[in-house]
Design a protein. Structure first.
Length: 127
């Protein structure tokens, strides 16, 4: 199943085989782990994998490169690093202020406006 999902080019028969293998895997996964899950296996990634992967492949082609690593890096840059700079009281307000300040600094220092979120570099010296 994993190898099928990592192909570079898909034909309709490949997508059908992938769909069948994912369905088999999900049935086995549910049988094995359902009794241990307090959330009844209601995981966003599992749902996305089972119900939306085929339409994504048909619409956008290969799924290589569409991983959660993008979101992990954004979480790191926009939550974890600013959190370390807070005094751990009213955390959300402080994180928002830190991110806003950094965005203003970047906006004023660059000539072009970035179209996508950029990684922010933090330093305690700025605050």
């Amino acid at each position: 199943m994993y190898l099928l999902s990592r192909k570079e080019n898909y034909e309709e028969s490949d997508i059908t085989r992938l769909q069948e293998s994912i369905n088999k895997w999900v049935k086995l996964f549910i049988e094995l782990f359902e009794e241990y899950s307090s959330s009844k296996l209601q995981f966003p990634k599992l749902h996305s994998w089972v119900f939306h992967i085929y339409s994504s492949i048909r619409e956008f082609g290969t799924i290589n490169g569409y991983t959660t690593e993008t979101y992990k890096s954004l979480h790191k840059d926009y939550v974890k690093k600013p959190y370390k700079l807070t005094n751990k009281k009213e955390i959300e307000k402080q994180i928002m202020k830190i991110i806003c300040r950094k965005a203003i600094i970047i906006e004023n220092s660059s000539k072009e406006i970035p179209k996508t979120p950029i990684a922010l570099k933090y330093s305690k010296k700025l605050y």
